[in-house]
Design a protein around this ligand. Structure first.
Ligand code: SAH
Length: 343
């Protein structure tokens, strides 16, 4: 596989261009073209520079391979990477803007029992430029540019565990927020983790005040271990401590994802226990009814029970929302589309 130009910051590109004996304005041209989501061959730099770069670098490291459009306007993408791997992403349209969900790894090795992304394990990590490339190509395909962006918000909730690919993800975050690029502010970015405690603590010190989201899905360590193998390594108490530390360092409240699974984590007793666990903490709970995955046994909680669960949390003074599932007619849940495609 050739190298990926989108992995580089503007400063790094400038060095590259200088080393090729080209004038500094070429670096700006190159950077702007890349951030506009163009293929290297379509960027108007000098033919000599282009030829030289194309020998070493991928022309288009992330291509939109297929687009699926849902009845509710949600779009799902399959991206083709240079080595033939496929990852998926979603663009959800809201009143305030468009949120793109990106993947951070091909597959995942966390093994959560309800998730389709982890079915075939982890194939490989994505580079920073491959994560960024998903956004740049979609922004371009949707008619956006660097001023009028079609992608305004980003969630790292596609395939992969972001903190299992820490360095590339942090580099991606610096690129996507950088001046002169697509400039999505950290406040408009959410990173979801299954709760890798050391990385959560490390990330608190990076100076990237994004919305930290933790997949909790259970109220006791024993129950969490049933659906999330990572719970054997890190206790809920350690996760809550790491969240408190994140708040201390960034001033940002944190979010818990709680997928409601019938007969597993969604009784009234669970709601009360969850409220007790989170009472007084600067956090928000996002409830979602499980997206049923073909290869998995687990079933979604009924809508009625989901609203009851929400009601208990609210009565206990916990800030919570029950999110509607978007794009379920086009396999919106994590890894479902890729799994289907590979099948
Ligand atoms: N690895 C990260 C991000 C991945 S997925 C993490 O674990 O947080 C984003 C969210 O979708 C996570 O909260 C994940 O637990 C949840 N999820 C995965 N499969 C799901 C399913 N079938 N139904 C509902 N939520 C699911």
């Amino acid at each position: 596989m050739k190298k990926i130009l989108q992995d580089h910051s503007f400063g790094e590109l400038s060095e590259l261009v200088a080393a090729a004996g080209e004038k500094p304005f070429r670096a700006k041209q190159l950077f702007e073209g890349l951030m506009q989501g163009k293929a290297l061959s379509a960027i108007p730099v000098s033919p000599a520079l282009k030829e030289r770069l194309l020998e070493e670098y991928e022309d288009e490291p992330v291509k939109i391979y297929k687009t699926f459009v849902s009845e509710d306007g949600t779009k799902k993408y399959l991206f083709l990477l240079a080595d033939g791997n496929i990852v998926e992403g979603v663009l959800m349209k809201y009143k305030y803007g468009n949120t793109q969900c990106v993947s951070t790894q091909v597959g995942c090795r966390m093994g959560c029992k309800f998730c389709a992304s982890t079915l075939g394990g982890r194939v490989r990590d994505l580079t920073a430029g491959e994560i960024l490339g998903q956004i740049l190509t979609v922004n371009r395909a949707e008619g956006g540019n660097l001023k009028e962006r079609a992608v305004t918000n980003v969630v790292l909730m596609g395939s992969g565990e972001p903190f299992d690919n820490y360095d590339n993800v942090v580099k991606f975050l610096r690129l996507v927020t950088a001046e002169g690029g697509i400039r999505i502010s950290a406040r408009n970015i959410s990173l979801s983790t299954c709760g890798l405690v050391p990385e959560m603590r490390r990330f608190a010190k990076e100076g990237i005040p994004l919305n930290l989201t933790v997949s909790l899905h259970a109220v006791t360590d024993e129950e969490r271990q049933r659906t999330m193998p990572i719970a054997k390594k890190y206790k809920i108490a350690e996760i809550l401590d790491a969240c408190a530390y994140y708040f201390e360092k960034t001033g940002r409240r944190y979010i818990f994802e709680y997928s409601l699974i019938a007969g597993e984590n969604s009784d009234e007793a669970h709601a009360l226990a969850l409220a007790a666990l989170l009472k007084g903490k600067p956090c928000h709970v996002n409830l979602i009814r499980l997206n049923e995955v073909e290869e998995r046994e687990l079933k979604a909680t009924s809508e009625k029970d989901a609203y009851r669960f929400l009601g208990v949390l609210e009565k206990q003074g916990i800030s919570a929302t029950l999110r509607r599932s978007m794009g379920s007619d086009i396999a919106g849940a994590c890894g479902q589309l890729r799994a289907k495609f590979i099948r």
